[in-house]
Ligand binder design. Sequence first.
Ligand code: HEM
Length: 408
Amino acid sequence: MTGRAQPDAPIDLNDLDLFVSGDPHAVWSRLRRTAPVYWNPAPDGGFWALTRYEDVSAAYIDTVSFSSKYGTVLGGSYRNAADTASGQMLICSDPPDHRLLRQQVHKAFAPWMIEKATRRVVEFLGAALDRFVAAGGGDFATEVALELPAGFLSAMFDLGRDDAFRLLRLTRSMIGHKDAEYSGSSGADMTLVASQVEIFDMLTDLTERRRKEPGDDLVSLLCAAEINGRPMTDSQILYNCLNVAVGGNETTPYTATAAVLALAEHPDQAQRLIADPGLLSTAVEEIFRWTSTNAYVQRTATRDVEIRGTLIKAGQSVTLWNASANRDEDQFASPDVFDVSRAPNQHLAFGVAAHRCIGMGGARQEITLLMRALAERRLRFEVTGPVERLRSNFMLGIKHLPVAVSVG
Ligand code: HEM
């Protein structure tokens, strides 16, 4: 059979209202049950949506049938292989180019760098939590969560605090360009272009400075790197710095904010963590599963492929929904229960196989530092105002989380 199974009522995963004010988990649950290989029509041609754990992991692993080089974000800026980023930036390249690039970028994620970044995060986070607790609370998303990537990337790019926050503001408007809070009167497309141009200016300037005075940061390492005996090109250096900046800035703060919301909504789980620090590592993995900040990635079929009897044609866009796979009842016992002691927990929040998040160790460290600090300080949170979500189906982000904090 090569027909298209359809759910009982129309579903549009490109309807961003669903991610701002709706219940995407209910929609994914319907898709897993009624149309696990779902054709989502869209004005620019439509895309397939894979929502079951088994199908999502199989598509990640099959890099021959499912290519990254046409872009991994729906309607994104790298939707064609002629785009200059294709084949040059980790996230939109395929083996064997991908492996060669990854070997170089990976040098900046060595244990000594994670240690350096840890010291910076501890410093930034500690000061922000002191202020937050003294004030009795505030907006966790803007007053605390941003300190995690700011600390991490200030170490990785060797930037001062102001420059780290400038980079953060730019990646925020790049990824959040469809959200009026970040695009303002400029409109989504203009915001995307303007923020990318400004990030490239900033990174070009940094590259010139590091070429004159090398250090031990990511930019210096890439400037000194060689692929097949040749120095990395300027565009390879810029695109991969952009990839790390976006990957680092636009994930962990949303995960941290969603973690605090989960603790506020499940005070019994917060209490377990405070009472038993031994639960820290399972709690961190459960937060990644529960929040699934990077909701999906896109691939493009390179040849005709059949999944569950449905034909996916060469050239079609295929989306792999991590956020749905992470609640698949065939993979996880009671998937809609937030359980800080969950084990095993083979979630797909970081993807899997060749492109699995290169910053996974850093992300784990950031969220561990946060959760340890909250538990050691015995902090309790209560939501005091509207939870405002990012207008995006790519990043499941909370922009504002007003909370009261108490020690107990
Ligand atoms: C909660 C935190 C994070 C989540 C949920 C997350 C999620 C992901 C996912 C799902 C992928 C796979 C993309 C694909 O297969 O197309 C990925 C790749 C990537 N991530 Fe992360 N990420 C996180 C944190 C970070 C951090 C902290 C950094 C850098 C400091 C980072 C940098 C990257 C880069 C550069 C890639 C591309 C890797 C490649 O294509 O080989 N990420 N991330």
